[in-house]
Design a protein around this ligand. Structure first.
Ligand code: FES
Ligand SMILES: [Fe+2]
Length: 384
C-alpha cells in the first residue's frame, strides 16, 4: 500500500483496531510523515492538557522557566504574590520571544525594544514611545494559555472548553496520593535529543518485552515479580498505567540498593511493593517508586525528532538531608545509564521505519499497552 491518499483513511488502520493479540502496530507513516505529525500537533497537543512541570521548578517569586509545547513558546513564572502563572513567550509589541532557559527576574523585559511586563503579565514600560502608548498599555498584557495545577504538577491547555485538568486525570489523584506529589521537589532535569518519533519512546516505556534485551546490564538486573497493566479505557482518566512488583527501589540500579532514601511514609497497599507507572496522554511518562519519582517528558520537535527530559523528584524530607546530594547521584546514575539504552533502541526503530511501503507488524501479550496507546492516537487522528 502506498501512503498517498491513505494517510488518515480509517480503512488503513483496521488491523490496528483489532484486539491486542491479533492487532498490528500503527503503520510506519505515523512515525515518519510530516503531514501526520502536523495533524498530531493540531489534534493532540493543541487540543488537550499538556504536562509542563512541577511547582518546585519555580520555588521563589520571580523564578521562571521556558519551554515550548508542540511549537508554542511558553513562560512559567512565579509572581511576587507566590502564584504560578503561564504566559505565551511572545511580546505584545511585535512578537519577539521574551525569555530563554530558566532563571529569576523582577520584570519580563523584551530584548527587542525593551517593553517590560510585570510578573502578572501587565505591560509596565515602553521606553521612548510612552506618548504613543498612553491609555492603551492595559490592553497589551501578555496573553496566557490555561494553566491548571494539580497536586503540584503544572498543566497547560489552549482550548477554553476543555474540562479542568483534575477532571481529565480521573482517578490518578487518588492513585498517586501516597507519594504526596505536592511535597515533591524536582532536583534535576536532564535532556537528550532523540532522533526518533515521540510515540516510539511512549511505546517503549510501556513495552516490557525489550527490558532483558536492551537493558541486560542495568534495569534487567532488578527482578520484577509481576506486572499489572491498565489501558486508558480501564483507568478513568487520560492515562494508561502499569505497576511492577519488585524488591527495593526502582529509582536505583540493583548494585546501589543500599543507597536508598527512606520510603515515602504514606504509601499503603500495592504501592509499598513496587513501582507505579502512570503514562499521561499524550506524552508524559511518570514513575513513582517507594522512595522517589520521575517524569520522562517527551517534547516532539518533528516527525523524527524528540527532546526527552528526565525529571527526578524526591520528597522535601529527602532533599533536606545533609547527604542528599551524595545519595541523589546514585539515582541520577540509574537514569543516565538506562535512558541512552532506550534512546538507541528507538533510534534504530525510527531508521527501520523509513519505508516506502507499508509492512504489517505484530504485538505480543507483553505489549498490550502499546496497542492501547496506538488506538488512543488513532481516536484523535482519524475520523470515524
Ligand atoms: S517586539 Fe518586544 S518590544 Fe518590540
Ligand atoms: Fe527501556
Amino acid at each position: 500500500m502506498t501512503v498517498e491518499g491513505n494517510l488518515f483513511a480509517a480503512s488503513s488502520f483496521e488491523k490496528v483496531r483489532l484486539p491486542p493479540q491479533q492487532a498490528e502496530p500503527l503503520p510506519h507513516w505515523a512515525y515518519t510523515s510530516a503531514g501526520w505529525y502536523e495533524r498530531e500537533v493540531e489534534r493532540i497537543f493543541r487540543k488537550g492538557w499538556n504536562y509542563v512541570g512541577h511547582v518546585s521548578q519555580v520555588p521563589k517569586p520571580g523564578d521562571f522557566f521556558t519551554l515550548d509545547v508542540a511549537g508554542i513558546p511558553l513562560i512559567v513564572v512565579r509572581g511576587q504574590d507566590e502564584k504560578v502563572r503561564a504566559f505565551f513567550n511572545s511580546c505584545r509589541h511585535r512578537g519577539s520571544k521574551l525569555l530563554w532557559g530558566e532563571g529569576n527576574c523582577k520584570l519580563i523585559r523584551c530584548p527587542y525594544h525593551a517593553w517590560a511586563y510585570n510578573l502578572t503579565g501587565g505591560l509596565v514600560a515602553t521606553p521612548l514611545v510612552d506618548e504613543d502608548m498612553e491609555g492603551i498599555k492595559s490592553e497589551l498584557s501578555l496573553h496566557a494559555p490555561r494553566l491548571d495545577i494539580v497536586d503540584g504538577f503544572l498543566f497547560v491547555a489552549f482550548e477554553n472548553t476543555l474540562p479542568a485538568a483534575s477532571k481529565a486525570l480521573g482517578s490518578l489523584q487518588r492513585e498517586w496520593a501516597g507519594y504526596e506529589p505536592a511535597n515533591l521537589v524536582c532536583t534535576r532535569r536532564k535532556s537528550w535529543d532523540v532522533k526518533a518519533n515521540w510515540k516510539l519512546w511512549y511505546e517503549n516505556y510501556n513495552d516490557s518485552l525489550h527490558v532483558p534485551f536492551v537493558h541486560p546490564g542495568s534495569l534487567a538486573k532488578q527482578k520484577v515479580k509481576s506486572r499489572q497493566r491498565a489501558s486508558h479505557v480501564e483507568t478513568d482518566g487520560i492515562y494508561i498505567a502499569h505497576f511492577t512488583v519488585h524488591a527495593g527501589s526502582r529509582g536505583l540500579l540493583e548494585e546501589d540498593q543500599d543507597k536508598a532514601f527512606p520510603r515515602f511514609p504514606k504509601l499503603s497497599g500495592r504501592y509499598t511493593e513496587g513501582t507505579y507507572y502512570p503514562c499521561l496522554l499524550p506524552s508524559t511518562l511518570f514513575g513513582f517508586t517507594v522512595d522517589s519519582a520521575w517524569a520522562f517528558e517527551l517534547h516532539p520537535k518533528g516527525p523524527d525528532r524528540t527532546t526527552l527530559v528526565a525529571a527526578s523528584f524526591f520528597s522535601k524530607d529527602a532533599v533536606a538531608r545533609p547527604d542528599f546530594a551524595e545519595k541523589a547521584e546514585y539515582y541520577y546514575r540509574r537514569v543516565d545509564s538506562i535512558v541512552p539504552e532506550d534512546n538507541e533502541a528507538v533510534e534504530r526503530q525510527q531508521e527501520g521505519l523509513c519505508l516506502p511501503v507499508g509492512l504489517s507488524g505484530k504485538f505480543t501479550h507483553m505489549e498490550t499497552l502499546c496497542h492501547a496507546f496506538d488506538n488512543w492516537v488513532l481516536d484523535q487522528m482519524v475520523d470515524a
